[in-house]
Design a protein around this ligand. Structure first.
Ligand code: NAD
Length: 294
């Protein structure tokens, strides 16, 4: 199968590499030439534009930062795709944009699913992402085997946009439990409790959560976590802030009280405003313990 992959950043690179490893022809395009070069080193073929990547492919996968990037890229995708090309947007964006772009695709006779992911860069590299997919049954059935090459779980969330609905609710919860986990570690240490000891206890007690056991904000307990590399790479705080803003907008539209989500959003807005936007979202702990320096 020939697959166009557009957006080869922290997440997209590992995902495209896994498609190439499965012996699909992967045509890579990103605005950043260095990202394309990394994709070529991982077995993809460099393309000079969206149109160049998409023409003649069986499927298109996009992994872009936000809704406006998705709008812009799909204008070019629609112009170059042939009938029968399956469109898969794995970016995390708002439900309304996902539904609008998919409706636009449908008017052109193209099938599209929203397939945002959970799992972070380690899972993207390892091919163990969780995909939450919105779209019709037929489009889901076509997308499933492609997504399964990049993930350990591919779940049909419902109609178009429901993948994004699942993702923004999940990430609101992630932002809340990361902020809470950072607070708990800082408080534990100030009370005189060793961080590793607190981890050993809480990871087996009722405070256990993914932000602690898979992505610990304190260096040491989880060797692969960004805290062990100065909070570089991983999931940028700017992207967490974007997701929390999406969740708050959806909560406002649906009249849902989300005080915890709002508290997490204001912490991440403060962190981003103080220069933490490019830092992994677990770096919030440095704001909470007072050691953050721009
Ligand atoms: P990133 O910023 O590292 O990568 C995005 C890539 O898209 C960049 O390489 C950028 O150059 C490229 N791009 C932007 N506009 C483009 C255009 N018009 N044409 C071609 N390329 C373009 O972001 P990321 O961390 O890989 O995240 C991508 C998406 O996945 C986001 O929506 C994010 O919320 C979501 N996500 C990220 C993580 C994570 O841990 N990083 C986890 C789950 C979901």
């Amino acid at each position: 199968m020939e697959i166009a992959f557009i957006g080869l950043g922290n997440m997209g690179l590992g995902m495209a590499a896994n498609l190439a490893k499965a012996r699909h022809g992967v045509r890579a395009f990103d605005l950043d030439a260095a990202a394309v070069a990394r994709a070529v080193a991982a077995g993809c073929v460099a393309k000079a534009s969206v149109a160049d990547a998409v023409a003649g492919t069986d499927a298109v996968v996009t992994m872009l930062p936000a809704g406006h990037h998705v709008h812009a890229v799909y204008a070019d995708v629609f112009a170059a795709a042939s009938a029968g090309t399956l469109l898969i947007d794995a970016s995390t964006i708002d439900v309304v944009t996902a539904q609008a772009v998919a409706a636009d695709a449908a008017t052109r006779g193209l099938s599209m699913v929203d397939a945002p992911v959970s799992g972070g860069t380690t899972a993207a590299d390892a091919g163990t992402l969780t995909f939450m997919v919105g779209g019709g049954a037929e489009a889901f059935a076509r997308a499933q085997p492609i997504l399964a090459l990049m993930g350990k779980a591919v779940i049909h969330a419902g109609t178009v946009g429901m993948g994004q609905a699942a993702k923004l609710c999940n990430n609101m919860l992630l932002g809340i439990h990361m902020a809470g986990t950072c607070e708990a570690f800082v408080l534990a240490q100030r009370l005189g409790l060793d961080a590793q000891t607190f981890f050993d206890i809480s990871s087996k007690a009722s405070g256990q959560n993914w932000s602690m056991t898979s992505y610990c904000p304190v260096p040491g307990p989880v060797p692969g976590a960004p805290s062990n590399r100065g909070y570089a790479g991983g999931f940028a705080s700017a992207l967490m802030l974007k997701d929390l803003k999406l969740a708050l907008a959806a909560a406002s539209d649906s009249g849902t009280p989300v005080a915890m989500g709002a508290a997490a959003e204001s912490l991440y807005a403060l962190f981003a405003g103080l220069g933490g936007a490019g830092t992994d979202f677990s770096g919030l702990i440095k704001l909470i313990d007072g050691s953050w320096e721009r």
